[in-house]
Design a protein around this ligand. Structure first.
Ligand SMILES: [Zn+2]
Length: 400
């Protein structure tokens, strides 16, 4: 199956070092990007982007799934499909801690290992609404042995998170965990800032981060409570790992963090997530709103803000997704400014802080949203789809 997208007006690569490129067409073959600027290549299906924008599918670096599309955190059903219509095509679990009845004060190594293994084998086993959900992130607690990490690795667990781990007096044990994870290809994230909704999480600022050296410091500007301004500055100035900003955070701290990253040449470290479902709610347009805030308030170019929500998240989490180049998975959005927006291009709209309208979402080359998102207004110039010699339509056809 070959699909070509033509008449692309703006193209966002997802790469923080080169966020835009003069690309006007894109050929997809067998779910992957075959070539950019494919010219007159023949294809079974054609999308006319009508001068609209193409960007990578958004990667939410911080979600809290529990059981498939149900989140007990806000008693909502179908949240993953709703996020897809907000442009999110991949998401990374930051721990399945919202299981009803789970006692955060009685977590044992056996229990946290089992929860991650079960989440990996259930919610993390299949795609929900077509979204790539990496679930089964173990919540680290004291007393774990290498055997626990062996079991996690064998189950396919890819991420571990310090959330309920009391660091005081346990530095050596925490360092062992990081080493044991890395020896098994498991990346390490850590809750930062003040306590979270559960009230049971450990406080974590620059002091802990400086010696723990995780792969990703989660919600550095708050989730919901940020570390101090001085700690944010020190983390930017004296560490090198990825720094995540979430929808659950403190807006003022987010602005401080991003402006300092720019000033210090560290923008490649910025990754975005929502930290939802949770106390902040269920936010289908959360990743789009993160992009708008990072650009319109914090001063990033629209391309840089998009890269922080796509390629940078993918890189920090060891994913192939998030960058549009030959050989990568064809996960992408077609969108544009909404009628009435200050912007006449997607870049204008984002720089002004205006929500874009999504017309199509593709995951592995498959059209999962066509003819318009149910979570955004329609773009002013809708893209058109055609195949099998049919007349162009705003919706995907269903070949016999
Ligand atoms: Zn979280």
């Amino acid at each position: 199956m070959r699909l070509i997208i033509r008449n692309i007006g703006e193209f966002f690569t997802g790469r923080i070092d080169a966020p835009t490129a003069p690309v006007t067409s894109l050929l997809i073959e067998d779910g992957r990007i075959a070539s950019l600027n494919a010219g007159d290549a023949t294809a079974d299906r054609i999308i006319d982007a009508a001068g609209g924008a193409v960007l990578p599918g958004l990667i939410d670096g911080h979600v809290h799934p529990v059981f498939g599309e149900w989140t007990p955190a806000q008693d909502a059903i179908g949240w993953i499909g709703n996020y897809l219509h907000g442009g999110t095509t991949s998401m990374v679990s930051a721990g399945e801690l919202h299981i009803p009845g789970l006692d955060y004060n009685a977590l044992t190594p056996e229990l946290v290992t089992s929860i991650a293994v079960v989440a990996r084998a259930t919610t993390g086993r299949v795609r929900w609404s077509g979204v790539k959900v990496i679930a089964g992130t173990v919540l680290l607690v004291p007393g774990m042995t290498e055997a626990h990490f062996d079991r996690l690795k064998d189950a396919g667990v890819r991420f571990a998170k310090f959330l309920f781990f009391p660091f005081a007096g346990r530095e050596a044990e925490a360092r062992d965990y990081v080493a044991w994870c890395h020896a098994r290809g498991i990346l390490v994230k850590v809750h930062t800032g003040g306590v979270s909704r559960s009230g049971a999480s450990a406080v974590c600022g620059f002091d802990v981060l400086s010696w723990l050296q995780p792969d990703v410091a989660a919600h550095v500007s708050g989730g919901p409570i940020p570390m101090s301004d001085e700690d944010i500055d020190s983390v930017v100035d004296h560490t090198a790992f990825a720094l995540e900003v979430c929808s659950s955070g403190n807006y003022r701290s987010t602005q401080r963090l991003i402006e300092r990253l720019v000033a210090k040449g560290g923008l490649h470290r910025l990754v975005l997530g929502t930290d939802t479902p949770g106390g902040t709610g269920v936010i289908p347009r959360g990743m789009l709103r993160n992009i708008l805030f990072a650009s319109s308030i914090c001063g990033l170019t629209p391309g840089q803000a998009i890269a922080a929500a796509t390629g940078s998240v993918g890189f920090a989490h060891g994913l192939q997704e998030g960058v549009l180049e030959a050989g990568r998975p064809a996960d992408l959005l077609i969108c544009g400014p909404v009628t009435g927006s200050a912007g006449t291009t997607l870049s204008d709209a984002i720089a002004h802080g205006d929500l874009p309208g999504i017309s199509h979402v593709l995951v592995d080359g498959a059209l999962l949203v066509s003819g318009g998102s149910r979570q955004t207004p329609p773009p002013t110039r809708p893209a058109f789809f055609s195949c099998c010699g049919e007349a162009p339509s705003r919706f995907a056809c269903t070949p016999a």
